[in-house]
Design a protein around this ligand. Structure first.
Ligand SMILES: [Cu+2]
Length: 141
């Protein structure tokens, strides 16, 4: 009887998880030296990205380089972190202490709805190089 009860609870729990997000996937970005790899990840709305090996790093979304109305997510230093992206568009982020060395990356969620807005920002330096890569990826979709 105990086994049956456990099985019933198990089925109920997995049904809840499936109802929440049937197709959600989790993607991983790993730091290698002062780089995020992969530099650009393409995901579907509702998917998550996990940043790992964050020894002396963090993730900070850059104002004006995320979809309008999207949260300006910033993670704790030196902590692995997972973030779920619901709003479509391109998100450019930096590692706060290492953006001078060009450490940052991009997440493209669904369609790159804010491509024109990001081009209009005319970002330069370390951020500019990340933006250029993200635009290349977005235009090849
Ligand atoms: Cu860093």
């Amino acid at each position: 009887m105990k086994m049956l009860k456990t099985a019933v609870i198990g089925v109920a729990a997995s049904t809840v998880l499936m109802t929440m997000n049937v197709f959600a996937a989790e993607h991983t970005v790993t730091t290698q030296g002062l780089k995020f790899s992969p530099l650009v990840v393409k995901i579907a709305p509702g998917d998550s990205v996990s940043w790992t090996n964050m020894s002396t790093h963090n993730v900070e979304m850059i104002e004006g380089l995320v979809p309008e109305g999207a949260e300006l997510f910033k993670s704790e230093m030196s902590q692995d972190v997972t973030h779920t992206f619901d709003k479509e568009g391109i998100y450019i982020y930096k590692c706060t202490p290492h953006i001078g060395a060009g450490m940052g990356g991009a997440v493209i969620v669904g369609n790159p709805t804010n491509l024109d807005a990001i081009k209009a920002q005319d970002a330069s330096g370390g951020v500019g190089r990340i933006v250029k890569k993200a635009i290349q990826e977005a235009e090849s979709m």
